[in-house]
Design a protein around this ligand. Structure first.
Ligand SMILES: Cc1ncc(COP(=O)(O)O)c(C=O)c1O
Length: 310
C-alpha cells in the first residue's frame, strides 16, 4: 500500500491511507458502486477501452448515470499511472489500476431523491501482485462451492458492482475446505465462473467456456483468450456444462486481468488432466498463455514484453 497512488475526484492524496469516504456514501451504505481493474504491460495500460465499455454496461445494468465521461476517467487513469511511475521504486513494476465509482452520497434511503452529489470516483494504482512462475507451474487448486452464483435476474454477474459478497462468501467457503478459491454453479447446476475469474476446459482440441447468459462477467481476458485459441488452431465452443466435465477434461484453466491464462490443476482435491500432465499445467494452457501475450503485444504495438518489468 505504501507505493500506491490514490486519486480521489481528481486530487492525489499525499499518503494512500489518508483517504476518507463519507459515512453517507452509498458505496459504504449499500455497496451501491461499480468498479474495474485494468493493468499495465511494460508500463502501458492495456484494454482501457474494453474496461470502460464494461463500466458503462455495468452503469446501465444498475441504472447509474455516470457524471464523468469514460474519456475523462481514462485520462485520469493515465495521469494516475504516470504519477505511479514517477516514484523510482515503482519503475520496474507493472501497475494495477482500480477505478471505483460510487453512486454518490446523501441522505439514508434508496430513492435517488436522497442523493446530494453526482457519482464520485476514486482510482488506486499500485504494484501489480501477479502470481509467480513457480505458482503457475503448480496451478490452482479450486473447490466447487455449495453456494450458487448470483442469479442474473437478481444481481447480474455481468455488472461489476462493488457488491461482491456472493463471490467473497464463496471464496471463504472454498478456503475452509483447503482450496485456494471457489468455482460457482448456477441454480440449475451448470458451471458459471470463479470468484474473480472465468473458467475454461479443453477436451480433444476444443476449448469450452460458459456463455454469458449463464450469469458470468464478460471477462476481457476471456474474450481475448477465445480469439487467441482460434489463432493457434483450437476450436472454441461456448456452452453450458455441468462440473463433471472438468474431471474428464484434458486441461482446465482460468482467465483474469491479473492472472492472465492460468492452469487449474486440482478441483475438490482431485487431480485434473490426463497422462503425463495429470495434476500439472497442460501443453495447450502453456501455448494459450503465449498466444494471449502475443495478442497483448500486438494491441500495444510491442515486439515483445519488456523483461525488466515484473
Ligand atoms: C466475477 C469475475 N469474473 C471474471 C473476471 C475476469 O474478468 P477480466 O478478464 O476482465 O479481468 C473477474 C475479474 O475481476 C471477475 O470479478
Amino acid at each position: 500500500m505504501e507505493n500506491a497512488i490514490v486519486n480521489v475526484q481528481g486530487t492525489f492524496l499525499n499518503r494512500p491511507d489518508e483517504g476518507i469516504i463519507p459515512v453517507f456514501d452509498r458505496s459504504y451504505l449499500y455497496g451501491d458502486s461499480l468498479y474495474e481493474v485494468a493493468r499495465t504491460y511494460s508500463g502501458q495500460l492495456f484494454q482501457m477501452k474494453g474496461h470502460l465499455e464494461r463500466l458503462e454496461q455495468s452503469a446501465r445494468l444498475c441504472k447509474m448515470t455516470l457524471s464523468q465521461t469514460t474519456a475523462f476517467i481514462e485520462a485520469e487513469c493515465i495521469r494516475s499511472v504516470e504519477k505511479f511511475y514517477q516514484k523510482k521504486e515503482n519503475r520496474h513494476f507493472e501497475a494495477y489500476c482500480r477505478v471505483i465509482i460510487s453512486r454518490g452520497h446523501g441522505k439514508i434511503g434508496f430513492g435517488l431523491e436522497n442523493l446530494q452529489s453526482p457519482t464520485q470516483f476514486t482510482i488506486i494504482v499500485q504494484p501489480l501482485n501477479a502470481p509467480t512462475k513457480s505458482q503457475w507451474e503448480k496451478g490452482f487448486h479450486y473447490a466447487l462451492v455449495d453456494r450458487p452464483r448470483n442469479h442474473p435476474r437478481a444481481l447480474a454477474p455481468a455488472m461489476k458492482s462493488g457488491n461482491y459478497l456472493n463471490n467473497l462468501l464463496g471464496h471463504l467457503e472454498a478456503r475452509e475446505s483447503g482450496a485456494e478459491d471457489a468455482l460457482f454453479c448456477d441454480l440449475e447446476g451448470f458451471l458459471t465462473e470463479g470468484s474473480t475469474f472465468n473458467l475454461f476446459y479443453i477436451r480433444n482440441g476444443i476449448v469450452v467456456t460458459s456463455p454469458l447468459e449463464v450469469g458470468i462477467l464478460d471477462g476481457i481476458t476471456r474474450k481475448i483468450t477465445l480469439r487467441a485459441a482460434e489463432k493457434i488452431g483450437l476450436e472454441t465452443r461456448i456452452t453450458r456444462y455441468p462440473p463433471g466435465r472438468l474431471f474428464e477434461a484434458d486441461e482446465v484453466f482460468m482467465t483474469s486481468t491479473i492472472k492472465e491464462v492460468f492452469p487449474v490443476t486440482q478441483i475438490d482435491g482431485k487431480k485434473l488432466g490426463s497422462g503425463k500432465t495429470r495434476g500439472l499445467p497442460g501443453p495447450w494452457t502453456r501455448k494459450l498463455l503465449a498466444a494471449f501475450q502475443a495478442e497483448v503485444c500486438k494491441e500495444l504495438g510491442f515486439e515483445k514484453l519488456d523483461p525488466r518489468f515484473q
